[in-house]
Design a protein around this ligand. Sequence first.
Ligand SMILES: *C/C=C(C)/C=C/C=C(C)/C=C/C1=C(C)CCCC1(C)C
Length: 236
Amino acid sequence: MTNSTLLILGDVNSPVNFTFFIGCMAMMAASAFFFLSLNQFDKKWRTSVLVSGLITFIAAVHYMYMRDAAMAGDVMNITAFRYVDWILTVPLMCVEFYLILKVAGAKKSLMWRLIFLSVIMLVTGYFGETMGNAVMWGTISGLAYFVIVYEIWFGGAAKLAKEAGGDVLHAHKILCWFVLVGWAIYPIGYMAGTEGWYDVLPTESLDMNVWYNIADAINKIGFGLVVYSLAVKKTA
Ligand SMILES: *C/C=C(C)/C=C/C=C(C)/C=C/C1=C(C)CCCC1(C)C
């Protein structure tokens, strides 16, 4: 159901395998950067930056496994590691929203709502990639994604961000853009890798993993840097 045969399996020089390798290095470098910076921040901002580092670190480990699976030509294992990675890191990104809005009195229920939605989005996405009915599962996944976008742009999270104002509002806005634009790359990759009427994208030569890897680099490292720079401002 995917065009993953284009992985050129087992070839170190294939573009897909190269993006696993470079993705792993980038995630490792970002993790070192976030972890080593921790001491410079006020206590209450350390957790946020620590979570940024955990997100990129968890991804780095999974990229190592995904690259091995790609080298071995094991497409099902790439998908499995991919979704284990996401099911750990995407909820942590929801935690980031909660942590930066805590100054404005964000409740845990906001965090759990976002986590719940992200789990629905990812579990149904995994079903779509592994069990057929890709259109149906992808649609359910997309709906959960839209509710997340709505919640952070216009719902309770947006209200809290406005109340907090200043640097927190600014950081929240940028994170909202990451979710709206950066996260939208994933469903594009999913469609690119799904046969049927979804196959409208001119991506025959671009494996869905390339889309996912590019999106991960943007979203995980970019997201972390936004939180990092908020912590810098709040500490100064
Ligand atoms: C670090 C990993 C991140 C931020 C992963 C995000 C993943 C998504 C936003 C995936 C979304 C999907 C849809 C909206 C529909 C099709 C299936 C998915 C799972 C690719």
